[in-house]
Design a protein. Sequence first.
Length: 290
Amino acid sequence: MKTTNRVARIATTLLCLAVLTSASFAKSNPLNIPRGLAVDAQGNLWVANAGTNSILAFNSGYKQLTSSTITESIVEPTGVAFDTLGNLWVSNYYTGNVGAITEYVNGVQNSSATITEGIDLPTALTVDGLNNIWVVNYNNGSGNPSITVYESASPDQPPAVLAQTLSVLPPALGITIAPGGTLAYGSNGFTYYQPVTPALINGTLVSSYYFPQFNAAALTSAGGLEYIATIDGSVYTAAGFVTNKLFQAPFTPYGIAVDTVRKRVYVSSGYSNSIAVYSSTTGALLHTID
């Protein structure tokens, strides 16, 4: 009987040790409603982590760079984008009840560059080659969605002028500056294209062109191609008006970014709390960050 009890105690102890060991090595998922994505010049992935009011960074080996996490003035972040100087811009959906665009230089907020004028519940943003910032607003103060343009005073200064407000009905979702300098944005069944000209930035809206088959949830441009992620999870590349389906994600995309050096496409899943990584050449799934 004593031998039986001793064996039982040993078995119980080993089981407890196994549970504790398993728990100690269990990986916690840092992603909580990941939305907008951006890749910096070093190949690091930056994530608008809306569920924790933070911006997360992962290196090219998919390891989280915890020391680079940004929380200052981040409230429900929806979009991230880098300018030509490597500064990070973030769209915050609900700061001050209307939202704000904030800038970070080497991870530190440049509060003098914060944009609030014309911002109302921003859902995405992009930066063009002249450091003009383009922001999608769910509302624009009158209850109508819009895209606002902030013209940079010079390449080394923050945007200084609210240059234009473009009415968008229904609400736009993703936004990018496509190769060739064309504004592209997705909106309820269509992907619209608006030539970016000095007249547009100075206040003149010209006619748009669109792909009626692409209900774009997220867009980005890299390596001479535009990447369109649609509501149903399809991801296409576009060169001009020639498109090619690259892969099918198993979720509705909330953000997309491309690493041209490592030939990767990152797609965030929002409420599924994961980021899928695909080959930009074959469309094969390479990795899942979760």
